[in-house]
Design a protein around this ligand. Structure first.
Ligand code: XLS
Ligand code: CA
Ligand code: CA
Length: 448
């Protein structure tokens, strides 16, 4: 059963009905070729595995503006000059889009959904008005909230950071927003709450007390956790790593850095990681690498699905249409036992030149199909005995005998030295990378 399509007083995407699965032979650009929400793969439906979410900011707030020129997309829902009306129109457009796309989840920042007021109290009131409306829309349509967050990086007051700002008054202001955004997330039944450290980093190491700022960040997260737990939030708190941009250096540089930080400060019980593909690549890793590091630590919480551009080193947030990335990523997700209560959020934007309203649908359909293909192919590879033999076989020498004793901590350096002297030069063992790459290509060519 599909979601109920919502259309408000104005239909913002006329001529587009609910997007449906039509199969691989369809040539309809507004249909899924692989993503069939009811199809069962590895014991669960595609919808249960993939838990797709549409993000509010790129899809309904951005208009194509970049540092070199203004917006190119005249979003019909952003015309009203008054904040409340504009936010209401935008929410109508958003719920129309969510339900026509038939994606189960959405995500927001406080000031995507509402508009910032001139005081803490005014902003809280604005946000509450939009939460009330979102609550009604969710009830009407069956849409669910994957996560909420606070934008504590755009307003100029946060130019030197939010919880790592050298000015305590700025930290407190950020706390007021986080409190309100947690309240909003609870009220909307959000399953996760995200912290992306937008400007939590520095521009000049010599003027920054990094030790003190990191202690403030940890304290801030702990207090947010305490507030959330005391006020009805039983979902997962997520920290989203990113190495740079907007800051010269950001503290939450990558999955392993954040894992160490959470463990150091006793936060790993309540917090997990939200891994974004383009942030992993900016950190000099692959998407699958950061997913694997988070999963190995038991901290893979959710995913921001997008991709960068190999020709430049900035956060282009393109839609995730690279099939290899999708396969490699979904292999990690399946091996980790799934992503719930996290999901796959399209933190992605159409390019500045993509100016038709239907391009928003086409972009999301492409991402959903690519990840659905990734799921099917990943499941095929993981079920192939050759994959398991290849990977596990490389570690066979640790499965018994002295290798097992080493893993059990029973061999010290002296015993290891004596074994090396006795056994002599180890035989060479091929790493078989090309064989693995061929297995993946063969699995792809067998279709979805
Ligand atoms: C920006 C981040 C941001 C977070 C939420 O680069 O990806 O969109 O996901 O604040
Ligand atoms: Ca993100
Ligand atoms: Ca990004």
């Amino acid at each position: 059963m599909s979601r109920t399509v919502f259309i408000g007083d104005t239909e913002y995407f006329p001529g587009i009905g609910q997007i449906r699965y039509e199969g691989p032979d369809s040539d309809n650009p507004l249909a899924f070729k692989t993503y069939d929400r009811e199809r069962v793969v590895a014991g669960k439906t595609m919808e249960e595995h993939l838990r797709f979410a549409v993000c509010y900011w790129h899809t309904f707030c951005a208009d194509g503006a970049d540092p070199f020129g203004p917006g190119t997309r005249p979003n019909a829902w952003a015309r009203a000059s008054e904040g409340l009306q504009r936010s209401k129109d935008r929410m109508d457009a958003a719920f129309e889009f969510f339900t026509k796309l038939d994606a189960p989840f959405w995500c927001f920042h406080d000031f995507d959904m509402a508009w910032e007021g001139a005081s803490v109290a005014a902003s809280e009131k604005n946000l509450q008005a939009m939460v009330d409306m979102a609550k009604e829309r969710q009830a009407e349509t069956g849409m669910r909230l994957l996560w909420g967050t606070a934008n504590v990086f755009s307003n100029p007051r946060y130019m030197n950071g939010a919880s790592t700002n050298p000015d305590f008054n700025v930290l407190a202001y950020a706390a007021s927003q986080v409190k309100a955004a947690i309240d909003a997330t609870v009220e909307l039944g959000g399953q996760n709450y995200v912290f992306w450290g937008g400007r939590e980093g520095y521009a000049c190491l010599q003027t920054t007390d990094t030790k003190r700022e990191l202690a403030h960040l940890a304290m801030f997260l702990a207090k947010a956790r305490d507030y959330g737990r005391a006020n009805g939030f039983d979902g997962t708190f997520l920290v989203e790593p990113k190495p740079m941009e907007p800051m010269y250096h950001q503290y939450d540089a990558d999955a392993q850095t954040v894992t160490g930080f959470l463990r150091e400060h006793g936060l790993a019980g309540d917090f997990k990681l939200n891994i974004e593909a383009n942030h992993a690549t900016l950190a000099g890793h692959t998407f699958a690498h950061d997913l694997r590091m988070a999963a190995d630590a038991g901290l893979l919480g959710s995913i921001d699905a997008n991709r960068g551009n190999p020709q430049n080193g900035w956060d282009t947030d393109q839609f995730p249409t690279d099939l290899y990335d999708a396969v490699h990523g979904m292999m990690v997700v399946l091996e980790a036992g799934g992503i719930a209560p996290g999901g796959l959020n399209f933190d992605a934007r159409v390019r500045r030149e993509s100016t038709d309203p239907e391009d928003l649908f086409i972009a999301h359909i492409g991402g959903m199909d690519a990840l659905a293909r990734g799921l099917v192919i990943a499941d095929r590879i993981l079920g192939d005995q050759r994959y398991t033999e290849l990977k596990d076989g490389r570690y066979a020498s640790f499965d018994s005998g002295e290798g097992r004793r080493f893993e059990n901590g029973e061999l010290g350096l002296v015993e290891l030295r004596d074994l090396a002297a006795k056994n002599g030069e180890p035989a060479q063992t091929s790493g078989k990378q090309e064989l693995m790459e061929n297995l993946i290509n063969d699995a792809i060519v067998r279709g979805c």
